[in-house]
Design a protein around this ligand. Structure first.
Ligand code: CP
Ligand code: NVA
Length: 336
C-alpha cells in the first residue's frame, strides 16, 4: 500500500480499496487505544483548523476530540467568525491557513470548494461533508458494519432508502463498490443517483465481486439486506420549499418495521444522524404541524429498536476521523 502521508481526503473515489482497508484497520486500533485508556498523543506541538460553512455536531466534535487525543491544538472557525468567502477567497484562505496549521478540515457546499482549498493548501485537507460527498462518515459506517458482521464484508448487502442521490448515499455507493459490498439505492426516479456515478461504481464493484442496484421497489430492494441505511429527506443547503415534494415522494421509502422485516432479523439499521424520528426537534415539530407526520425517514420504533446501531456509528465517527488525521500526517505504524 502506498503511504497516505501528505494526501488530502476529499472523496473516496480518489483512494484504492487497500487504502480504505488501511484506514479501517487504523480506526479500529485507535478505538482500542482509547477504550483501554492508552494515551496516544503522537502529534504534540502540531495544530489543525476546522472550517465549517454548515452546522455540525458529530463531525466538529470528532475532529476536536481526535485532535486533542492526538495531542494537537485545534481551532474552530465558522462562517460568522472568519473572513472566508466574504472578504477572502478560498485560494488565499488556503495559503494563509497552511502557514499556521498542519491540516485543514472543511465542511461546506460544492465539492469544488474543498478541491480548490486542497489545491492551494500545503498541508492535508479533509472533507467534513460537501453537497456531493461525506467521506469520513463512510469509514465510521464500515467500521460499524465490521463490528457486527466481521472484518470481511464481501458479499454483504447494504440498502440506502430514500434520498438516494445525496452526499451520504453517493459516498456509500463508492465505499461499498470498493469493498465488494452489494449496494442498493432504493428511492423514486427523481431521488436516484446520477447515471455516471452508478456506471463508475458498477465497474468498480464488478472488479471486487459485488453489484450496484438502483430500484424504486422497496420489497425487491430490501429483501435479505444486512444493513438498512437512511438519511434525512432534505439535506443542509437545500431550500425549505422542497419539503412538501420530498415528503410526498419519499414517504413510501420510510424505514419502518415492514422494511426491517423484508431485511430479516439479523439486519441492522444505520443512519448518519441527525434524524427526524420524532417531533423533539424544532424542524420535526414544524413539519408535524404543517404536514401532520410525526416521523420522517425512519420510524421511532426502528430508530429505538435492538437492530439500530446509530449511536455506535456516531461514536465511530471520532475513531474514524482520528485514523484519517493520523494516516495523512504520519506513515509510522501504531504500536499495539
Ligand atoms: N453525521 C454527521 O455528519 O453529523 P453532523 O452533521 O452532526 O456533523
Ligand atoms: N445528507 C445530510 C447529511 C448530514 C450529516 C446533509 O447533507 O444534511
Amino acid at each position: 500500500m502506498a503511504s497516505l502521508k501528505g494526501r488530502d481526503f476529499l472523496k473516496l473515489l480518489d483512494f484504492e480499496s487497500e487504502d480504505i482497508v488501511h484506514l479501517l484497520d487504523l480506526a479500529h486500533q485507535l478505538k482500542a487505544l482509547k477504550r483501554n485508556g492508552i494515551v496516544h498523543r503522537y502529534f504534540e506541538g502540531r495544530n489543525i483548523v476546522l472550517l465549517f460553512e454548515k452546522t455540525s455536531t458529530r463531525t466538529r466534535c470528532s475532529f476536536e476530540v481526535a485532535g486533542y487525543d492526538l495531542g494537537m491544538g485545534v481551532t474552530f472557525l465558522d462562517p460568522g467568525s472568519s473572513q472566508v468567502s466574504k472578504k477572502e477567497s478560498i485560494a488565499d484562505t488556503a495559503r494563509v491557513l497552511s502557514r499556521f496549521y498542519d491540516g485543514i478540515e472543511y465542511r461546506g457546499f460544492g465539492q469544488k470548494i474543498v478541491e480548490e482549498l486542497a489545491e492551494y493548501a500545503d498541508c492535508p485537507v479533509w472533507n467534513g461533508l460537501t453537497d456531493e460527498w461525506h467521506p469520513t462518515q463512510m469509514i465510521a459506517d464500515v467500521m460499524t458494519m465490521q463490528e457486527n458482521f466481521g472484518h470481511d464484508l464481501r458479499g454483504r448487502k447494504l440498502v440506502f432508502m430514500g434520498d438516494a442521490r445525496n452526499n451520504v448515499a453517493n459516498s456509500l455507493m463508492v465505499i461499498c463498490a470498493k469493498l465488494g459490498i452489494n449496494f442498493v439505492a432504493c428511492g423514486p426516479a427523481a431521488n436516484q443517483p446520477e447515471a455516471w456515478l452508478v456506471e463508475t461504481c458498477t465497474a468498480i464493484a464488478a472488479g471486487n465481486g459485488s453489484t450496484v442496484l438502483v430500484t424504486d421497489d422497496v420489497e425487491r430492494g430490501c429483501t435479505g439486506a444486512d444493513v438498512i441505511y437512511t438519511d434525512v429527506w432534505v439535506s443542509m443547503g437545500e431550500p425549505d420549499e422542497v419539503w412538501a415534494q420530498r415528503i410526498e415522494a419519499l414517504s413510501p421509502y420510510q424505514v419502518n418495521s415492514q422494511v426491517m422485516q423484508y431485511a430479516g432479523p439479523d439486519a441492522i439499521f444505520m443512519h448518519c444522524l441527525p434524524s427526524y424520528h420524532d417531533t423533539n426537534t424544532t424542524i420535526g415539530a414544524k413539519i408535524a404541524e404543517q404536514f401532520g407526520i410525526n416521523e420522517m425517514e425512519v420510524t421511532n420504533e426502528v430508530f429505538e429498536s435492538a437492530q439500530s446501531r446509530v449511536f455506535d456509528e456516531a461514536e465511530n465517527r471520532m475513531h474514524a476521523i482520528k485514523a484519517v488525521i493520523y494516516a495523512t500526517l504520519s506513515d509510522e505504524p501504531i504500536a499495539d
